[in-house]
Design a protein around this ligand. Structure first.
Ligand SMILES: Nc1ncnc2c1ncn2[C@@H]1O[C@H](COP(=O)(O)OP(=O)(O)OP(=O)(O)O)[C@@H](O)[C@H]1O
Length: 628
């Protein structure tokens, strides 16, 4: 008796794209089916290692592909774990793969066509509908005495399941009736090429019309000298679906404290920041060439989660359970050794090939920055950090902390930094002015996480890492100005006294929005700035406040530049009439402009209407003076 089922909505969406818009790259259907077959064989081996009873234990663990050109059919058969009826409904009616989800998400965002991007994702079983509108899956679970079932669909809205009349003894057979426009896949040569390109390193034999195809040995076990660059690339392409050369290949054999071989690649593409906290990374773990776990995250710290590759060890038992890997001491030791190998590689690259290191930094720096939490390798990590700085000409130049120190002023004891959204914004930041005046280099931090990095490191060699906005200008007084301030008229004693009254008046006007109002030593070109002499930077404070859901505006010191024309004018108006409305308006505007620069201005309405008012007055005065 047959039963009909509807595909879940997201499957229907995926199928619609697969059947309507994919005309190139279609050979990846084979990569996906072979990879599923290989997973099914892995799972079977696991069940066996755990001591479970399996049916037909004498059957070879293998994948068989057959072409019947006359009938227009391709079959892909494995002797893996198979599926029960419930598993069939669950597995081939919903989307299991994170790869398909990512494919759909990328497609929604990208301008590229589905055909162009599908190769980079593991879209799974449904990709078979690129070349067929009639697919059956006949499967029998590995459990002794299990019944066999057939799943059948045209890849539109539904599928049906029946008891199977003829079925493999154990495992799964997929029968694909090839569509007229996909007849090329009935050619042996066409499938051979696809297998070579995508499935050469599958750890089970693959037969095509009875002939063994994937005869390449486990590459990582071969001596380095016998492996060509092309072979490394092929293996990297197989692991990542990327079609380029990896940024780096790190192949090594270690004997102590654990015996293992590792082959790691630094990919040409980065993990996005949304991936932080996700578990889908890690090296594939093999024990004596047998795959134990794909993407075993216990083999890498999360700040190296962009690294792909394999680890193969003799020192673990074949039947080690995946659940206990995390606590395993050997796994921890392998993790530590691989981490050191990757850091050494990066150090070498940074030293010998600055361009290659820059490329690495631009692609993976966002994730790599999280390495501040690796206490064991903290010093090495800090040396690998890179920053754009105030002495660079363009946003893409980079400096290490060591280079910063080499350029530091005599007597300088701190490395200074400013957080900003862009280089342009950083250069206009009033907190930078005193450093520019004194010719002291300042690091520009463009990623929110950079401040955590600085905060956590605290020091680099004997230098403190200090946020520019928290610096007391007094601490810089020993460094002479290298850029002279524009000369302004000296204030008379009387004016100086009035200025001090004005500061007190401003404090009254702003009330408890500020902790103090004072003259600034740090400004050259800006009229005012908010400073935090006691430590926390605005960007750090914002992150902390967001985490605590605190929406209040922190109180800071309001500093004024006594030499700035706006402040001089303010002084003049105040002197003639301290209650003049323009005094209050100017003070509020200067304060809110500073708030805006620090990123704290929540409601711009009052500010905009004030600016309009000031512009209106300025326009009238201007016309009067110019007599126009
Ligand atoms: N040959 C097979 N033998 C046994 N089960 C299979 C086979 N092919 C597919 N399946 C089952 O169907 C599910 C869905 O397959 P699909 O290729 O769409 O995604 P997936 O393989 O789960 O993705 P991922 O590899 O990302 O987990 C698989 O998880 C597996 O349980």
């Amino acid at each position: 008796m047959s039963q009909s089922y509807e595909f879940k909505t997201e499957v229907r969406k995926l199928l619609h794209i697969i059947t309507h818009s994919l005309y190139t790259n279609r050979e990846i259907f084979l990569r996906e089916l072979v990879s599923n077959a290989s997973d099914a064989l892995d799972k079977l081996r696991f069940a066996e290692a755990k001591g479970e009873d399996i049916s037909a234990p004498e059957l070879e663990a293998s994948i068989n592909i057959a072409i019947d050109k006359d009938a227009g059919i391709i079959t892909v058969t494995d002797t893996g774990i198979g599926m029960s009826k419930d598993e069939l409904v669950d597995n081939l009616g919903t989307i299991a793969r994170s790869g398909s989800e990512r494919f759909l998400a990328e497609l929604a965002e990208s301008k590229d066509s589905a055909s162009n991007i599908i190769g980079r994702f593991g879209v799974g079983f449904y990709s078979v509908f690129m070349i067929s509108d009639n697919v059956t899956v006949t499967t029998r679970s590995y459990k002794p005495g299990a019944e066999a079932f057939t799943w059948k669909s045209d890849g539109l809205g539904a599928f049906e399941i029946t008891s199977a009349e003829e079925a493999p003894e154990r495992g799964t057979m997929i029968t694909i009736h090839v569509k007229d426009d996909a007849k090329e896949f009935l050619e042996t040569f066409r499938l051979q090429t696809a297998l070579k390109q995508h499935s050469s390193f599958i750890p089970f034999p693959i037969y095509l019309n009875g002939e063994h195809q994937n005869t390449t040995p486990a590459l990582w076990r071969e001596p380095k000298s016998s492996i060509s660059k092309e072979q490394y690339k092929e293996f990297y392409n197989y692991l990542t679906f990327d079609d380029k050369e990896p940024l780096a290949t790190i192949h090594s054999a270690v004997d102590a404290p654990v015996q293992f071989t590792s082959l790691a690649f630094i990919p040409t593409f980065g993990r996005d920041l949304n991936s932080i906290g996700r578990d889908d990374y890690g090296l594939d773990l093999y024990v004596r060439r047998v795959l134990i776990q794909r993407e075993c995250k216990d083999l890498l710290p999360d700040y190296l989660s962009f690294v792909k590759g394999v680890v193969d060890t003799e020192d673990l038992p074949l039947n080690i359970s995946r659940e206990t890997l995390q606590e395993n001491v050997l796994i921890r030791k392998i993790n530590q050794t691989v981490t050191k190998q990757i850091l050494s590689h990066l150090e070498r690259t940074a030293k010998n090939d600055a361009d290659a290191y820059k490329e690495f930094w631009n692609v993976h720096g966002k994730i790599f920055r999280l390495g501040y939490s690796d206490y064991a390798n903290r010093d090495r990590f800090a040396k690998l950090l890179r920053f754009n700085t105030s002495t660079h000409e363009t946003a893409d130049e980079l400096t290490s902390l060591e280079e910063y120190i080499e350029r530091a002023k005599e007597g300088q004891k701190s490395i200074y930094y400013i957080s900003s959204t862009s280089r342009e914004a950083a250069k206009l930041n009033p907190h930078l002015e005193i450093f520019t005046r004194k010719g002291i280099e300042v690091l520009f931090l463009f990623e929110p996480v950079d401040e955590f990095v600085m905060d956590n490191l605290g020091k680099f060699e004997e230098f403190d890492l200090v946020a520019a906005e928290t610096v007391n200008p007094d601490s810089l007084k020993d460094f002479p100005d290298v850029v002279k301030k524009e000369k302004t008229e000296e204030l008379s004693d009387e004016e100086t006294a009035t200025l001090s009254d004005l500061l007190a008046h401003i404090k009254t006007l702003l009330g408890d929005k500020v902790t103090e109002v004072r003259l600034s030593e740090r400004l050259s070109g800006s009229p005012a700035v908010l400073s935090s002499p006691d430590g926390a930077t605005s960007s750090m404070e914002k992150i902390m406040r967001m985490m605590n859901q605190d929406e209040s505006i922190p109180k800071k010191v309001f500093e004024l530049n006594a030499d700035h024309p706006i402040v001089r004018n303010l002084l003049r108006i105040y002197k003639s009439d301290k209650d003049d409305a323009l005094v209050k308006e100017t003070v509020e505007q200067l304060f809110e402009s500073s708030l805006l620069l620090e990123g704290y201005l929540k409601d711009p309405h009052a500010m905009v209407s004030r600016i309009n008012d000031i512009l209106e007055k300025a326009g009238s005065w201007y016309s009067e003076i110019k007599k126009i």
